[in-house]
Write a protein that binds this ligand. Structure first.
Ligand SMILES: CC(C)(COP(=O)(O)OP(=O)(O)OC[C@H]1O[C@@H](n2cnc3c(N)ncnc32)[C@H](O)[C@@H]1OP(=O)(O)O)[C@@H](O)C(=O)NCCC(=O)NCCS
Length: 206
């Protein structure tokens, strides 16, 4: 996927691996992480920076933005906006768009090649494992991480619309869409995969 393709669709993205400064947060945002470990705080701040920069490119003023947390873990996005944040150690990203254009978006970032066969049974269905086994062994970790990341992005996409918990094995990826055992009504959506340096990025938007 070319990130420009997403921009043309009306999505705004920002990714960052930069160092962070606590003074970036509002008082209430800082309160959300006051008891957390330093590395979590860094990741959280990097995620908020990405989200605010992405919102800035939609026309919001950085100083007016405060992104708190709803009781279910979602971000309190400004009125009329859908969005998603993801962070791994040292790298974060955010994607946002207008609610008039998208019902929901989901973003996930993983370290590349991190999903090893030792956890396949926990996170993949039988069909997904069969798909993965069709690739040569050298590609297993890469392809497994892609599918894992797509499923995480899909979870974040579907949650605001359904409020349903779906475990890793409740959902099955089979190009170009997901299948699930429960009956869930979702708008049509598209899935995107890309890499940035050492990171695998997955996006679901619709
Ligand atoms: C909530 C969950 C998706 C977070 O993903 P993660 O890989 O652990 O962490 P990420 O850094 O990618 O994402 C964290 C961000 O997700 C967002 N988030 C949290 N809960 C969310 C929810 N219910 N819906 C949408 N976004 C959510 C938050 O913005 C959070 O960052 P913040 O706390 O700094 O604001 C994951 O922990 C989870 O519970 N998954 C459920 C099972 C699943 O993935 N099933 C897949 C098959 S559908």
């Amino acid at each position: 996927m070319d990130l420009n393709e997403l921009k043309e669709l009306g999505l705004f993205l920002h990714f960052s691996g930069e160092g962070v400064d606590h003074s970036f947060l509002t008082e209430q945002e800082a309160e959300l992480i006051s008891n957390r470990h330093a590395s979590y705080q860094q990741n959280f701040i990097r995620g908020r920076i990405c989200a605010k920069r992405a919102l800035e490119s939609m026309g919001f003023r950085m100083d007016d933005l405060e992104l708190l947390r709803l009781p279910d873990g979602q971000v309190s996005w400004p009125e009329g906006v859908v969005g998603s944040i993801s962070h791994t150690d040292g790298f974060a990203g955010a994607i946002v768009g207008w609610k008039s254009d998208f019902q929901s978006v989901g973003l996930d970032i993983e370290k590349k090649n991190r999903v090893h066969p030792s956890i396949w049974d926990r996170v993949f269905t039988e069909n997904e494992k069969e798909i993965l086994l069709q690739y040569s062994k050298e590609l297993h970790a890469e392809k497994a991480t892609e599918i894992f990341s797509l499923k995480e992005a899909f979870y974040k996409f579907q949650w605001p619309l359904t409020n349903r918990f779906l475990g890793m094995r409740d959902v099955e990826w089979d190009i170009p869409q997901f299948f699930f055992s429960e009956s869930i009504s979702l708008p049509s959506y598209r899935c995107f995969l890309t890499v940035d340096g050492h990171h695998q990025i997955a996006i679901v938007a619709g």
